[in-house]
Design a binder for this molecule. Structure first.
Ligand code: KG4
Ligand code: ZN
Length: 376
């Protein structure tokens, strides 16, 4: 079964073709293969602004979408007639960006007479863990249910319980900023380039994670809060520079030395990752039946986070990307780096499991975008 998927929820224009075993044959135990995975990022455009500008993002999608789809077909050496289905991200995301992807997918589904599947973005991030993760020993191993998924991106920070495929129960969520957003805002304070996650991770390599102690937010249960951590970094930077709290954040970078920036980046990164690990421990204590722990979304690329999760939950690390707790039989999954950020292969993977579960396609004449709707 070959699925063409389209993703335009934020600032990446992406198309991919995935080949999955025929539903009749599948044991649902094999990783899926993408025949092509084309991503055109607008990050260079938005680096100049320090963040995404929705109107520009939508216009850039419009320019890129058809060449990206052509390239995905060419790289897979396929014609439209070879496709079995089309999938597209319809929720959540930037309104104008989602419109370009969904209108393109609806048009192609009508034109080529293919069934159309509308996929939630967080579901796609989770299903990136069914794509190859680059570790040979894990090629045939896929997450087992029930599982817990930690979805950490620029727009979301959630712990989702999945008793089985296509069933999502949000058991923890952020009450304010998403963790990726917090990385991006802290990077701005430190004068590091957009997007903040990778630049903080890079800068932190030369820093001391213990140099500037930062508080953990007091949020009960499995919910998160990251806006206080961002403010704590701001106050600590003002203090380290000998400036008062009225000094605007954009003024601070010129007062910081390279070593101070690295120490702040490392201290912030370590605290943010520790907060995630704490909540995962709580979630696992509440759900001891969990067989797999899945980490998903742009922030799952963070190597310090990967190490902290592995050392928190594993006695014997088995490979770079899968870890087992021998006592509890828990496996931990991280996506391959190319599938951590926004891409369309993960959209196709999510659609594949809808198709194999018998979920019906959507009407291409009626599909709406849902910019703010939670995963269901
Ligand atoms: O999933 P994603 O590509 O887009 C959304 O759905 O939001 O996530 C983007 C977020 C950005 O906030 C970016 O700074 C963050 O992921 N990110 C990282 C890293 N790479 C990307 N955060 C921490 N460490 C990284 N290595
Ligand atoms: Zn995303």
């Amino acid at each position: 079964m070959k699925i063409l998927a389209i993703e335009t929820s934020c600032d990446e224009t992406a198309a991919a073709i995935l080949e999955g075993p025929d539903p009749a044959e599948t044991s649902n135990n094999r990783r899926l293969q993408s025949l092509s995975n084309v991503v055109v990022s607008q990050v260079d455009i938005f680096a100049a602004y320090g963040g995404v500008i929705p109107e520009i993002a939508a216009r850039s999608h419009l320019e890129a979408i058809l060449p990206v789809i052509h390239q995905a077909l060419d790289e897979a050496k396929l014609q439209p007639s070879d496709l079995d289905a089309i999938a597209v991200t319809h929720a959540p995301g930037l309104l104008g960006s989602l419109l370009i992807g969904t209108l393109t997918a609806r048009t192609l589904a009508i034109l080529w007479q293919k069934p159309l599947f509308a996929v939630h973005h967080l579901k796609s991030h989770i299903y990136a863990n069914w794509l190859p993760n680059g570790s040979e020993s894990s090629l045939e191993k896929v997450p087992a249910f029930p599982l817990l998924a930690l979805v950490i991106s620029g727009g979301h920070t959630q712990i989702i319980y999945m008793p089985e495929h296509n069933h999502f129960e949000i058991i923890g969520t952020t009450r304010d900023d998403a963790i990726g957003e917090c990385f991006d805002k802290v990077a701005k304070i430190l004068g590091l380039p957009y997007p903040g996650g990778p630049s903080i991770a890079e800068c932190a390599k030369k820093g001391d994670p213990q140099k500037y102690p930062l508080p953990h937010p007091k949020v009960d249960g499995l919910d998160f809060s990251f806006s206080g951590l961002k403010t704590a970094v701001l106050r600590s930077v003002q203090n380290a520079c000998g400036l008062d709290i009225t000094t605007p954040s954009y003024e601070l970078k010129k007062h910081l030395s390279a070593q101070q920036k690295a120490d702040f980046a490392a201290s912030f990164q370590a605290t943010a990752c520790d907060i995630l690990v704490e909540k995962l421990k709580l979630a696992l204590a509440e759900h001891p039946e969990t067989k797999s722990l899945i980490i998903a979304g742009g922030v799952s690329a963070n190597q310090v986070l990967r190490q902290k999760i592995q050392s928190a939950f594993s006695a014997i690390p088995q490979s770079a990307s899968i870890t087992k707790i021998p006592t509890e039989n828990l496996f931990i999954f991280f996506p391959a780096l190319k599938y951590t950020g926004d891409n369309a292969a993960m959209v196709a993977a999510a659609a594949y499991f809808e198709i194999t579960a018998g979920i019906q396609p959507t009407d291409p004449y009626k599909l709406n975008i849902l910019p703010r709707t939670p995963i269901k």
